[in-house]
Design a protein around this ligand. Sequence first.
Ligand code: HEM
Length: 155
Amino acid sequence: MDDFLLARVVHMIGVVLWIGGVAFVTLILLPGLKGLQPPGERLAMFERLENGFAWQARLTTLLTGVSGLYMLYVLDAWERFGDPGYWWLHAMSALWLVFTLMLFVLEPLVLHKWFARRARSQPDRTLALIQRLHWVLLTASLITVAGAVAGVHGG
Ligand code: HEM
């Protein structure tokens, strides 16, 4: 297996674990918490379960980013960033930046405290906001994956 193929395999394993996790949180975990009693427990339970995924997501985000940059380096394809036809490369990079900011900066430094404060006064609205945010991230991720696969394979 050459270097490029290895990077592609690592890239895809990273994407599967990372976006698969986002899908699980959005489609199964968050809706499943709606019926939990008492309502004040819902956000606490979400944080407990999601914490494990956040660590996995940090690792897979790093793997995906490093392998993606390595592929660009091997292909020497930096000029693609100037070509709108490669919108899926822009989408991959933008999505990666958003997740990296969320996981490494905003969540530990800002969002965690903000959600905890809001959760005390309005737990259900806070959970609904988290659910909406996950829907936006999952939709953007799936459009990006579809565009990248079609783009790479000549669609
Ligand atoms: C810094 C971030 C990223 C960079 C630099 C990057 C770069 C690349 C490169 C260079 C390729 C191969 C292109 C080719 O063969 O012509 C690729 C493929 C791909 N990437 Fe990324 N990527 C990044 C993040 C992501 C993210 C966040 C996702 C998922 C949401 C993603 C999903 C894919 C997919 C599905 C393919 C197609 C693989 C195939 O069908 O063989 N990438 N990426």
